[in-house]
Design a protein around this ligand. Structure first.
Ligand code: M6R
Length: 593
């Protein structure tokens, strides 16, 4: 896979469950080396974090990695250590439930990403053997299971036993206290090995060690490894196996907030450059692949777009566009896919996931592979799990997105989908998008701030759209929920009168997404709410609320209206003093079901 990656190279980047472990010939610092790598995985979750060294020193703290760094007064020098940043599934956000977990004698320390579904059954069997459990986590079952088996078996055999007994998803790394070896196994949750000189990393993803090595081995399901500073040995369920590192092509870009207060604002403002970069690559390095993908679409019977959250909103637009071009195209939320879809060899499935690691998407891909559909990944991260499961892919080239809320990755996903529609039928002009974004952002700062002030104490906001602006309405509503903590509904304008209009009373804010292509229906919906006293704000031409350039095509409009909505969510959150880049309960990449 010869594509390039945009990764961070700067220390200011902050570090869903994420795992980083190092074993090294020379001593390394827990704070400077191990937790630096962990900070780069903080997008995987930031409920709590912890580390352990092979000497038996360990630290855990509720909150993000900076909190762990602050509370760990002493640094530790060690040759082997593991670390973890958590997004809670089983058990509350407490210091006790934070990883690493260990057995009662602290002989084995372990970190885990995933969910052990039959942990109660495994736990009961271990309790019968005298194991005492001190946390509410499913992970403690893994450490005690391995501890028990390693009394009589080698670590690899103990892991093999665990994989036979466990149901669920897991990436696990552990060590035995006093040993310089790391042990790792994986099913469903991502795990990879970074091979450097005299030092080996085991981590949830390659960004954890992108500053040190470009030589990587990805674990496949039911694979295990024994890792020492000098090397590694992989094992499958039936015995040792040979795996060689692949070389990743990094392209480093600094990830710093610059003069921005938050990564979210910085990422919104860098969209002209991000779109420009993608458009250029779609005309050059990615042009051939886009042609192949268009041929797959032309030759298929049906198309599914599979995605979650913000990526689903881009997927929905994809289904609208391809349906318009005469294809049978559907967008389905990954976690609801099983009841909906006929998949066969004549089906093309677009797996849309900026991270490429969303478990709900990966689960569907694993399940449908047996029907031989053609899978196309649309991802920001090549080498991610979704990319590696696909027959072809489009890299959206947004650069690393630090804020949990997806902004520039949404825009670039849309641009990639628009380019596909353009290649299928040469009817869309995309070249103006970067300059239009620039203009809309600079001309609307005060408009957005003014509206944010009016809306900052509202409990409910309705966002209405029609045709391509319906998914945008949902996207804006999602951002209002996740960043501004305001209950918001993104609705089809035409559906309002079939029920939800009962909630409209004087003073309720309604945002209408009005474009030439949907003006009639939008105007009547907005008149209906206005007649009931709603405060109506329009994002569109001839609106008193926002300035948009004249003559925007639908694609351009969809992008700039989203940007105004994202900025609105940002400024409401800022006025209310909310933790914009790391909103409560969320993780950037949801690697559990
Ligand atoms: O990495 P993915 O695009 O697969 O992520 C899907 C959703 O989890 C993600 O879009 C989520 O909705 C974000 N918080 C949106 O801002």
């Amino acid at each position: 896979m010869g594509s390039r990656l945009l990764v961070e190279s700067h220390k200011e980047v902050e570090i869903v469950c994420g795992i980083v472990a190092i074993t090294s010939e020379k001593l390394f610092s827990v704070k400077k080396d191990l937790l630096f790598g962990l900070k780069k995985l903080e997008y995987r979750g930031y409920d709590s974090a912890g580390f352990a060294t092979t000497e038996g020193n360990y630290g855990k703290e509720v909150g993000d990695i900076d909190n762990l760094l602050r509370s760990t007064q002493k640094d530790f020098l060690t040759k082997t250590a593991i670390s973890h940043t958590r997004w809670a599934t089983h058990g509350g956000v407490t210091k006790q439930n934070a990883h690493p977990h260990f057995d009662a004698k602290k002989e084995v320390f372990l970190v885990h990403n995933g969910i052990i579904e039959n942990f109660l059954e495994l736990k009961a069997a271990l309790e019968a053997k005298g194991y005492i459990f001190r946390t509410e986590t499913d992970t403690e079952v893994i450490v005690n299971f391995l501890h028990d088996r390693m009394k009589t078996s080698k670590p690899i055999d103990a892991m093999r036993d665990f994989m036979k007994a466990a149901k669920g998803t897991y990436a696990v790394v552990f060590f035995k206290t006093g040993s310089d070896k790391l042990y790792a196994m994986k099913k469903d949750s991502p795990l990879c090995l970074g091979v450097s000189k005299g030092r080996v990393f085991v981590a949830s993803d390659i960004y954890a060690f992108s500053h040190e090595t470009d030589r990587v081995i990805f674990f496949e399901d039911y694979e295990m490894a024994e890792v020492s500073p000098q090397g590694f040995q992989f094992f499958g369920m039936s015995g040792p196996m040979k795996k060689e590192p692949v070389q990743i092509q990094w392209e480093r870009e600094p990830v710093i907030k610059k003069h921005f207060d938050h990564f979210m604002l910085k990422e919104i403002c860098e969209q002209p450059a991000a779109v420009e970069r993608l458009l250029h690559s779609l005309k050059t390095t990615q042009a051939k692949r886009m042609g192949e993908i268009a041929d797959m679409v032309r030759g298929c019977k049906r198309i599914f777009f599979l995605a979650c959250g913000t990526s689903y909103h881009a997927a929905l637009i994809g289904s609208y566009l391809l349906s318009r071009l005469g294809f049978e195209a559907h967008a389905v939320i990954a976690s609801e896919f099983e009841d909906f879809s006929i998949i066969d060899k004549d089906t093309v499935v677009f797996a849309v996931s900026q991270s490429g690691e969303t478990m709900d998407v990966i689960t569907v891909l694993k399940d449908i592979k047996r029907f031989n559909p053609k899978i196309i990944a649309i991802v920001n991260y090549p080498y991610s799990s979704v990319h590696r499961m696909a027959d072809n892919y489009i890299e959206i080239m947004a650069g690393q997105e630090i804020c949990v809320a997806a902004t520039k990755t949404f825009t670039n996903t849309l641009v990639a989908i628009y380019e596909l529609a353009r290649v299928l039928r040469n009817h869309i002009v995309l070249d103006r998008i970067p300059s239009i974004i620039e203009e809309v952002i600079s001309e609307n700062e005060s408009n957005v701030k003014r509206l944010a002030k009016k809306l900052k104490d509202k409990h409910d906001i309705f966002v209405l759209g029609h045709r391509v602006s319906y998914p945008i309405a949902r996207e804006i509503a999602l951002k209002l929920k996740e960043i501004s903590y305001v209950h918001a509904e993104g609705m089809m304008a035409g559906e309002l009168k079939h029920g939800t209009i009962a909630l409209i009373e004087p003073g309720v804010p309604v945002i209408g997404l009005v474009h030439e292509s949907n003006r009639d229906r939008m105007d009547s919906a907005l008149r209906e709410v206005q007649a009931r006293g709603a405060d109506v704000y329009k994002i569109g031409n001839h609106s008193k609320d926002f300035m948009l350039p004249d003559g925007l095509n639908e694609e351009e409009y969809s992008i700039v209206s989203t940007i105004i909505g994202h900025l609105l969510a940002y400024h409401i959150a800022k006025l209310n003093g909310l933790p914009i880049d790391k909103p409560r309960n969320l993780a950037k990449s949801v690697t559990v079901k």
